[in-house]
Design a binder for this molecule. Structure first.
Ligand code: ATP
Ligand code: MG
Length: 330
């Protein structure tokens, strides 16, 4: 399985490692359909980090789980490294799983409390069929990568002997040890003490740079996204409403929802438009049938916003926005 560690230091910025086209997911619960993801298309290249932001319930985690094939899309397609993986099963799906790893949000329940660190790290190697003779070296190397050194001092410890930050290093090591080319981190530091968050984010960035990984970060925290992601996608009610280079998007948001997000969240070193209306109302206010999903909360809503749902349009070569005001705001 050593071939799964692809792309050391190789940047192929133009070719996406993962590409999603028109992803949709509808859950049926208690006889009711919940459209968690209505229309998401995205691309991430090797060595690139894409941030996904948006308020609670907008479909970020569901999108991530579909990208990792932990959830089957209701519609749409996922292309990974040139192969359609939307309906992979069996051995091919297992091979994909080694290449596309999730960093769990909560280190306090991501690890089996009865397992030593050695066993926690050997488990994915066993699952992916890595020969036992390779385990010790791979475990040693990954513990160095997450700076739990010397590795011998950590191998026999159990989760309860570690701090939250140390546990999250083990969680990261577990994601890295199969040799993935894609890492998806869903709120990777939100459960951690503020003092250790930057350390974990820096480790993730170092691993990404050293191994040429593609990364998807999901967070409510625009400051975090700005720190780690070159490109950002803003979701609202299961749809992409804006996408572009993170710094441009934060400095000059094109969608009224992005504007509200930027205004509501303190982002260091970014001048904020305090006059902008804060986000108001709730998701259910906006669950309008037809028209723009954001119109009920939008300070700029026009007649056309009731009649027609805006589609995602390219406004500059690197930016896309779904808004009828598109291009008219500055
Ligand atoms: N397994 C499921 N069954 C039914 N509904 C679900 C399921 N998973 C998610 N949902 C619903 O889909 C919508 C999107 O959920 P999702 O977890 O993707 O949002 P999120 O953006 O990750 O939110 P948060 O920021 O709170 O983590 C929500 O309305 C949620 O209740
Ligand atoms: Mg979530």
């Amino acid at each position: 399985m050593s071939d799964v560690r692809g792309g050391d230091g190789v940047r192929t910025a133009m070719t996406p490692l993962i590409k999603a086209i028109g992803l949709e997911k509808t859950f049926r619960t208690r006889g009711r359909d919940v459209a968690a993801v209505a229309d998401v298309s995205l691309e991430v290249a090797r060595g690139e980090a894409l941030g996904i932001v948006g308020e609670s319930g907008c479909g970020k985690t569901t999108t991530a789980r579909m990208l990792l094939r932990l959830e089957d899309p209701s519609a749409g397609k996922i292309i990974f490294d040139g192969t359609d993986i939307t309906t992979l099963r069996g051995a091919a799906l297992l091979k994909f799983r080694a290449q596309a790893q999730l960093v769990f949000q909560n280190p306090f329940d991501a690890l089996n409390p009865r397992f030593s660190i050695r066993r926690a790290l050997a488990e994915p190697l066993n699952n992916f069929g890595v020969p036992i003779r390779e385990h010790a070296d791979r475990i040693d190397a990954v513990l160095h990568r997450v700076r739990l050194t010397p590795p011998a001092a950590w191998l026999d410890r159990r989760p309860h002997e570690l701090s939250g930050g140390q546990l999250q290093r083990v969680v990261l090591a577990r994601a890295l040890i199969p040799g993935p080319t894609l890492i998806v981190a869903d709120e990777p530091v939100s459960m951690l003490d503020v003092s250790v968050r930057a350390g974990i984010l820096n480790l993730l960035r170092e691993a990404r740079d050293a191994l040429g990984l593609a990364a998807v970060y999901i967070s409510h925290d625009l400051a975090l996204i700005r720190y780690v992601c070159e490109r950002t996608m803003v979701m609202y009610l299961g749809q992409v409403v804006e996408e572009g280079p993170t710094k441009e998007l934060i400095a000059n948001p094109a969608h009224p929802y992005t504007r509200a997000l930027v205004a509501a969240v303190p982002v260091p070193h970014v001048a904020q438009d305090r006059a902008q209306l804060p986000i108001r109302g709730s998701l259910s206010d906006a669950a309008a049938i037809g028209g723009c999903a954001f119109r009920g909360r939008c300070p700029h809503a026009m007649k056309i916003c009731i009649e027609l749902a805006p589609t995602l349009r390219t406004i500059t070569p690197t930016r896309r926005v779904a808004c009828h005001l598109e291009g008219t705001m500055s």
